[in-house]
Design a protein around this ligand. Structure first.
Ligand code: SIN
Length: 307
């Protein structure tokens, strides 16, 4: 049997398939559909210090092969998460990664400090939300990224994954995150996008700009993972339009250690476990004992021995 596991920092995931933040809630709804312990891990909806109601509707807008969202970080806040959601997440039998968003570096620090609890396997710093005016896209800037990661590194011993936006000085910012103590790079969040209502001539979202996800962005995210995995020595976790095991293999070949399924969960709620199955079958059929031989092979002229 192949070894499907992957190591990211101190964490060993049973396989490289994670549910992406904001597309899986806290896992409970999906646990009614299938055994979510089959996944490598679940990344929670972004948690903020205080509860947030999010943006006014509409918040979702379908585009060809994509989905624009303007959720605005709706979540129950840290206290309610710790009291109600985290205990339930811990029961799901897979790795628990908590995504956090703060107003400033100190708030990120407080969040990660208070989340330094048994059963929290890693913390993903959301430096990439396009839906909060003026404050969400910290990861576009290397200095701002370094400030947040440094504060968080001092505040916790937990593994810190840093989730980047796909735009801005991301390669430099990822290097800055590595120097400041990040454990892994998570790439990437949604692309800033716009839709306009023809009847009114107004943007469909109250905030105008939303975040584009889904198959439409896959080649762009794949390119970013390919580039990031060349400029940092940390594990890179790929996301952006992954809906099939073939997509996931491409990300691994581009250099990713793991992948996150986001919009794919909305297209097919069984998308993530299908990826787990497909990836295992891929290893078996190719006679590969683990991911080592193919991870990043696109940088090395492909799979050695392939015609
Ligand atoms: C949101 O809640 O607005 C989406 C979260 C994100 O893009 O980080």
């Amino acid at each position: 049997m192949p070894d499907t596991s992957v190591r990211i920092g101190s964490l060993v995931l049973k396989n490289p398939v994670l549910a992406a933040s904001g597309t899986f809630g806290f896992g409970g709804d999906y646990a009614r559909l299938y055994d979510v312990s089959r996944l490598g891990g679940i990344v929670s909806k972004a948690i903020t210090l205080r509860p947030r109601a999010g943006n006014p509707p509409p918040r979702l807008w379908e585009t060809p092969c994509g989905l624009l969202n303007s959720i605005g970080l709706e979540n129950p806040g840290l206290e309610a998460f710790l009291a109600e959601e985290l205990p339930r997440m811990r029961e799901l039998g897979t790795a628990v990664i908590v995504n956090v968003w703060g107003e400033d570096p100190e708030e990120y620090g407080e969040l990660v400090s208070r989340l330094s609890l048994p059963g929290v396997d890693a913390i993903e710093l959301n430096l990439s939300c396009p839906n909060v005016r003026g404050k969400g896209l910290v990861g576009e800037n290397p200095e701002a990224t370094a400030r947040v990661v440094a504060v968080c590194r001092r505040a916790t011993d937990k593994d810190l994954w840093v989730k980047f936006p796909p735009q801005g000085e991301v390669l430099q910012a990822a290097r800055a995150a590595q120097q400041a103590g990040a454990t892994a790079i998570s790439a990437a969040n949604t692309y800033r996008g716009l839709a306009i209502e023809l009847e009114t001539g107004r943007p469909v979202f109250a905030n105008a700009i939303g975040g584009l996800s889904g198959p439409a962005i896959k080649p762009l995210s794949l390119r970013l993972v390919y580039e990031l995995s060349q400029v940092v020595s940390l594990p890179v976790i790929g996301s952006g339009g992954i809906v099939s095991w073939q997509d996931a293999v491409e990300f691994i070949m581009a250099g990713a250690h793991a992948v996150q399924v986001g919009t794919g969960n909305f297209i097919d709620p069984l998308c993530a476990p299908k990826l787990v199955r497909g990836l295992r079958k891929f290893l078996v059929q190719r006679g590969l004992g683990s991911w080592e031989l193919i991870r990043g092979c696109a940088h090395r002229g492909g799979i050695s021995g392939a015609a």
